[in-house]
Design a protein around this ligand. Structure first.
Ligand code: NAD
Ligand code: UDP
Length: 327
């Protein structure tokens, strides 16, 4: 059996990245976790330090020369997979870091593609359902081109990822690179930051503290939440399975829910006394979102297994611990 190839994971210390690092290690791959700690601290990968095959590199992937240290003459170990996850991902984070967000999808993506190219590695881009913008079709299939405001409050993220997709496809067209694009839909689970600002890292700690749950707008907007273990399994299959590039695949859980219902489920699951309060809906907040996962089912034999009830139970347990640590 061939030796499992090394995976370089940018953004590996973040929420999704830390689970992906662990999963690749568990499958026998050496892992290089590269992160600048822009929106993380290193705490998520602390448990992986010292594990055989795990290397942590603090580096900004977007700066000029970031690819040089991994050039084969500097870095003789063969890299088999480059997974580019580095990017602010929550609306709160990309609003705070608009330029770094655009750089992560442009210079950062190109540096990561250059590393993959130099090693003849498979490249996987962590893209997003945000490329569909505020969609006019629901659910969203991969063939949908999207409905994106190029100068709105979410544009730094949406356009960064749309550019990242375009340059990924260009490396395949121009250089024959084996590329795969995962359009990731809302994902949740342990290792999200308490101050991440996304729906569940806000709502669960609010409920656990018996504080009001903040629902934006009237809560009728929908999302479809995927538990992180399911996503990571999908990402691993997309990276490692024999597929014809460019393989562009939605990964998410098609169980759609309104944000108001989600808040009510969180209150019930935490036995909380919290009320729900309504706050203004941010501009351009997508009204609906639900993945069409027919392609993932067909190409990867993948579909999510963890119910929202079970995923919330595990995530609530994690946030209980995180709040204890924060006291
Ligand atoms: P996260 O903020 O927890 O992780 C992102 C990581 O990237 C952080 O550790 C951060 O420090 C690092 N990073 C940012 N810029 C960097 C740079 N220039 N160089 C090196 N490291 C850098 O976010 P996440 O939720 O884990 O998202 C990971 C990826 O998945 C992102 O690309 C995001 O766009 C994508 N994604 C996530 C979701 C989701 O629901 N979690 C949905 C769609 C897409
Ligand atoms: N949201 C909310 N209350 C919060 C945080 C988010 O009602 O405290 C809403 C937000 O307006 C959006 C949905 O929850 O409609 C999902 O937001 P999130 O930031 O998690 O991700 P998005 O899908 O918008 O990128």
């Amino acid at each position: 059996m061939p030796e499992p190839l090394t995976a370089l994971i940018t953004g590996g210390a973040g929420f999704v990245g830390s689970h992906l690092c662990r999963y690749f290690l568990e499958q026998g791959h050496p892992v290089i976790c590269l992160d600048s700690y822009l929106t993380s601290s290193g705490g998520n990968v602390k448990a992986l330090l010292g594990r055989p095959g795990f290397t942590l590199v603090q580096q900004d992937i977007s700066i000029t020369g970031a690819a040089k240290q991994f050039a084969p003459d500097q870095f003789p170990e063969k890299i088999g997979f480059v997974l580019h996850l580095a990017s602010p991902a929550s609306p709160k984070d990309y609003t705070k870091y608009p330029i770094q967000t655009l750089q992560a999808g442009s210079m950062g993506a190109q540096n990561a593609l250059e590393i993959a190219s130099a090693h003849g590695a498979t490249f996987l881009l962590a893209s997003t359902s945000e490329v569909y913008g505020d969609p006019e079709v629901n659910p969203q299939p991969e063939t949908y081109w999207g409905h994106v405001n190029p100068v709105g409050p979410r544009s730094m993220y949406d356009e960064s990822k749309r550019f990242a997709e375009a340059i990924t496809v260009a490396y395949h067209q121009a250089k024959g690179l084996d590329v795969r694009i995962a359009r990731i839909f809302n994902t949740y689970g342990p290792n999200m930051r308490l101050d991440d600002g996304r729906a569940l890292p806000n709502l669960i700690p609010q409920a656990l503290r018996h504080q009001p749950l903040t629902v934006f707008g009237d809560g009728s907007q929908t999302r479809s939440f995927c538990y992180v273990d399911d996503l990571v399994e999908g990402l691993y299959r997309l990276a490692t399975w024999k597929l014809s590039p460019p393989a562009i695949v939605n990964l998410g859980n098609p169980q759609e829910v309104t944000i108001l219902q989600l808040a009510q489920e969180v209150i019930a699951a935490t036995n909380s006394h919290s009320p729900i309060v309504f706050r203004p809906l941010p501009q351009d907040d997508p009204k609906v979102r639900r993945p069409d996962i027919s392609r993932a089912k067909q190409m990867l034999d993948w579909s999510p297994k963890v119910s929202r009830e079970e995923g919330l139970r595990r995530t609530i347990a994690y946030f209980k611990e995180a709040l204890r640590g924060a006291c």
